[in-house]
Design a protein around this ligand. Structure first.
Ligand SMILES: CC(=O)N[C@H]1[C@@H](OP(=O)(O)OP(=O)(O)OC[C@H]2O[C@@H](n3ccc(=O)[nH]c3=O)[C@H](O)[C@@H]2O)O[C@H](CO)[C@@H](O)[C@@H]1O
Length: 358
């Protein structure tokens, strides 16, 4: 018997992929044949195309929505046009029951093509204010789910529902000893996880490494520093381990960590909240972004779920002092995190998505 088909999309950075990864096992369990439209070069190709053999990965062309000048800004509209035609042809052939988009620039042609093919499409926004890709996709979509409650106020009435963050269930299955083993740490001192978002962060890397000796007096560090950012001169430093990007080992590394220092990407901060890790957030500055992480971090700070340092203020005070402060306030932060309502499960999210089928 032919299985029902669902089509997922989203990419560019891991933040536009990880919700899809949480939904895939549930959709599989429900008997769905799962297809994914992503780009050739985005991280979604590695995470989904190579990481999930149960999913059929389709590649389309896509432009990038840049806020800066590049010659590609002139050719990208043609690539987006080609992407719409490619996505349309895939959708027409597959006839999925529903399309779910997690955003990112590759999702725009897919949502447009879904509208043309008259297939219901629902989208998901992780940040406080909708990103450019989702803003473009919104008029063509049937519904939008949001992580933050207040985001609904920025969206057309009746078209948006707050679903909350959806966390990959495997992140709860980490084992501390296994994490310490992978990282080669003793666990004798409290462990900090440094996570600069899916691509690493030069600002966090520099801040941690410039105060490393002072930090290592009281703590051990697991540093997720991003592709190409390993500092080889620090490779044999006791109590300090660097990884470019971690996939399967992440649940264990999280279990081994008592605290976290992170960029304020939505997925990362809600994962840390769900795992009750006291966190210090250094949001990407408004000079380098649309300011979404600043709003995410302010929201967490206002609920006393995190300490926050503005990127511009990094270096004003030794980072080791900020680590000590976080340690002192650990119990308060954990109590506040425990009092925060739990996120929806991937099963609940799948039901919400499927309710928009024709
Ligand atoms: C620079 C940029 O555009 N950042 C945006 C991007 O962040 P970005 O792509 O960094 O996404 P998030 O910070 O939301 O999530 C990072 C994800 O990567 C995972 N991870 C990270 C490191 C690692 O080694 N292994 C691993 O699996 C984390 O567990 C998490 O699931 O999308 C987010 C969600 O729309 C936005 O809030 C961010 O502002």
């Amino acid at each position: 018997m032919k299985r029902p088909i669902v089509l997922l999309t989203g990419g560019g950075t891991a933040g536009h992929v990880s919700v899809n990864e949480a939904l895939i096992p549930v959709l599989s369990e429900k008997g769905y044949e799962i297809h994914y439209i992503g780009s050739h070069e985005g991280i979604e190709r590695e995470l989904i195309g190579e990481g999930h053999p149960e999913v059929t990965y389709h590649i389309i062309q896509s432009g990038k929505l840049r806020r800066y000048f590049s010659m590609k800004n002139f050719t990208d509209p043609f690539r987006v046009g080609a992407g719409v035609l490619q996505a349309f042809s895939i959708i027409r052939k597959l006839k999925p029951e529903i399309i779910f988009s997690k955003g990112g620039f590759v999702s725009v042609p897919v949502v447009l093509a879904a509208k043309m093919a008259k297939i219901p499409v629902v989208i998901h926004e992780s940040d406080v204010t909708p990103g450019l890709a989702n803003k473009l996709a919104l008029p063509f979509s049937n519904h939008i789910f949001t992580v933050f409650k207040q985001t609904v106020n920025y969206l057309p009435e009746g078209k948006a529902t707050c679903s909350g963050a959806i966390i990959r269930p495997e992140l709860f299955l980490g084992v501390r000893e296994e994490g310490l083993r992978i990282a080669g740490l003793s666990g004798e001192k409290p462990v900090f996880l440094i996570m600069g978002g899916s691509q690493g962060s030069a600002v966090l890397n520099q801040a941690v490494r410039s105060d490393l000796l002072a930090i290592l007096q009281n703590f051990e560090l697991i540093h997720l520093c991003g592709k190409g950012n390993i500092d080889e001169t620090l490779e044999n430093t006791t109590g300090y381990t660097q990884f470019e990007y971690v996939t399967e080992g992440l649940p264990h590394l999280l279990a081994a960590s008592d605290f976290a220092v992170s960029r304020a990407g939505s997925n990362a901060i809600f994962e840390l909240l769900a795992l009750k890790k006291p966190m210090l957030l250094i949001p990407l500055s408004a000079a380098k972004s649309r300011g979404d992480q600043i709003l995410n971090a302010s929201h967490f700070k206002s609920l006393e779920l995190a300490h926050v340092i503005a990127e511009e203020d990094v270096g004003l005070k030794p980072l080791s002092d900020e680590f000590d402060l976080l340690k002192q306030e650990k119990d308060n932060l954990i109590t506040n995190m425990k009092n925060t309502p739990a996120s929806k499960t991937p099963e609940e999210m799948v039901e919400m998505i499927l309710s928009h089928r024709k």
